[in-house]
Design a protein around this ligand. Structure first.
Ligand SMILES: *[C@@H]1O[C@H](CO)[C@@H](O)[C@H](O)[C@H]1NC(C)=O
Ligand SMILES: *[C@@H]1O[C@H](CO)[C@@H](O)[C@H](O)[C@H]1NC(C)=O
Ligand SMILES: *[C@@H]1O[C@H](CO)[C@@H](O)[C@H](O)[C@H]1NC(C)=O
Ligand SMILES: *[C@@H]1O[C@H](CO)[C@@H](O)[C@H](O)[C@H]1NC(C)=O
Ligand SMILES: *[C@@H]1O[C@H](CO)[C@@H](O)[C@H](O)[C@H]1NC(C)=O
Ligand SMILES: *[C@@H]1O[C@H](CO)[C@@H](O)[C@H](O)[C@H]1NC(C)=O
Ligand SMILES: *[C@@H]1O[C@H](CO)[C@@H](O)[C@H](O)[C@H]1NC(C)=O
Length: 292
């Protein structure tokens, strides 16, 4: 039986290697003919060109789709939070307690609202939003950046719209008596359309959770307590530098014990308000009490 492996001398191996480098019989160099070498080189050149091009394309697409006007990361909370002014907290709770016969006490409340309304000054709002015609009752949808400085238009919100709660007619905002005003603001969420773009405006609905008998009635400014559609959607700080949140003022007519626990909810199909982990989502609860 012949052995499968022949024992070969070193000389034979060297000769084999020489034959591998250059094989005159087949005209191959390192196992391939020069034509094949050219082909394989061209193949690799083409391969790397394509790989580089794909990588560049991917990088370019990424850079292109990163919109400098939108945040790269958006908060998970897609239902807006609601806030109330005067924002007087006692521990964790909002407690709007005041003594209507004590000037320092009612001044504290009124001053808080006056400060909050500074950006809503009618003349200031007019100068910030002079050139744009807003259509109340319509979404302020904009696909291009037509406002100065490559931005989008925002709609003005005038302090005077809050009428009796604007501080213009009554500088005490009702805190000199039993008809105090509070101001409700809904937080901004980029691209959020209340009621899913069905054209229904969200509105504020306040109800007494406790001390029902002490609340005669509740008045809203603007009437019906609506946030007009022209303030939606919000495109972000960079796209809408002069955007102001719309507001709804609520005048609470207190009677009897003049003390109540009020919940103000912003009502819209797509605004949740029963999230245990987000107590300010879609609503705000506060205690209000007038003493004398
Ligand atoms: C409210 O202020 C008046 C006048 O300063 C004072 O007499 C009264 O005791 C105060 N009421 C309360 C409940 O602090
Ligand atoms: C609004 O601003 C104008 C001009 O700065 C000022 O005269 C006016 O008193 C302000 N109004 C209120 C209510 O603060
Ligand atoms: C806001 O106030 C300004 C100045 O009084 C007025 O010209 C403008 O029409 C008002 N805008 C709205 C939306 O009420
Ligand atoms: C509170 O002040 C306003 C404006 O100064 C006034 O019209 C109103 O009568 C006052 N209310 C009370 C209860 O004093
Ligand atoms: C609103 O739109 C969201 C997402 O498109 C959807 O999940 C939700 O069911 C819609 N709600 C209503 C009331 O149409
Ligand atoms: C406001 O809320 C109360 C209590 O949930 C409800 O009875 C009432 O119908 C609501 N009003 C509006 C206009 O949604
Ligand atoms: C308030 O609501 C009533 C009834 O839904 C409607 O007739 C009225 O036009 C609304 N007012 C405003 C200012 O939107």
């Amino acid at each position: 039986m012949a052995t499968l492996k022949e024992k070969r001398t070193c000389g034979q191996r060297c000769e084999d290697f020489g034959r591998f480098v250059w094989n005159p019989d087949h005209g191959t160099f390192m196992g391939r003919t020069p034509v094949k070498w050219v082909c394989i080189s061209l193949y690799y050149v083409a391969f790397y060109v394509v790989m580089t091009a794909l990588f560049a394309l991917a990088l370019w697409t990424l850079m292109y789709t990163l919109d400098p006007y939108a945040p790269d990361y958006q908060d998970r909370l897609l239902s807006p939070g609601v806030m109330v002014w005067p924002d007087v907290y006692n521990e964790e709770n909002l407690e709007l307690f005041y003594n209507m016969s004590e000037k320092s006490s009612l001044d504290r409340m009124a001053q808080c609202l006056r400060d909050f309304l500074i950006p809503y000054n009618d003349t200031l709002q007019e100068s910030c939003h002079r050139m744009h015609q807003c259509k109340p009752g319509h979404y302020n949808l904009q696909t291009s950046f037509d406002a100065p400085g490559h931005t989008k238009w925002s709609c003005p919100f005038n302090q005077s719209v809050l009428e009796q709660c604007s501080g213009l007619e009554d500088p005490t905002f009702g805190y000199n008596g039993t008809k105090p005003c509070v101001i409700i603001k809904m937080n901004r969420i980029i691209s959020f359309l209340p009621n899913n773009g069905t054209g229904m405006a969200p509105y504020v609905n306040c109800t007494a959770l406790e001390g029902h008998e002490n609340v005669d009635w509740i008045e809203y400014f603007p009437s019906n307590g609506t946030f007009d559609l022209s303030y939606f959607p919000y495109y972000g700080k960079q796209a809408q530098p002069s955007y102001v949140n719309p507001l709804v003022a609520v005048k609470i007519h207190l009677i009897g014990q003049r003390s109540a626990k009020i919940q103000c909810r912003v009502v819209a199909h797509n605004i949740g308000y029963e999230n245990f982990y987000e107590p300010y989502e879609g609503k705000v609860i506060f205690q209000i009490k007038a003493t004398s």
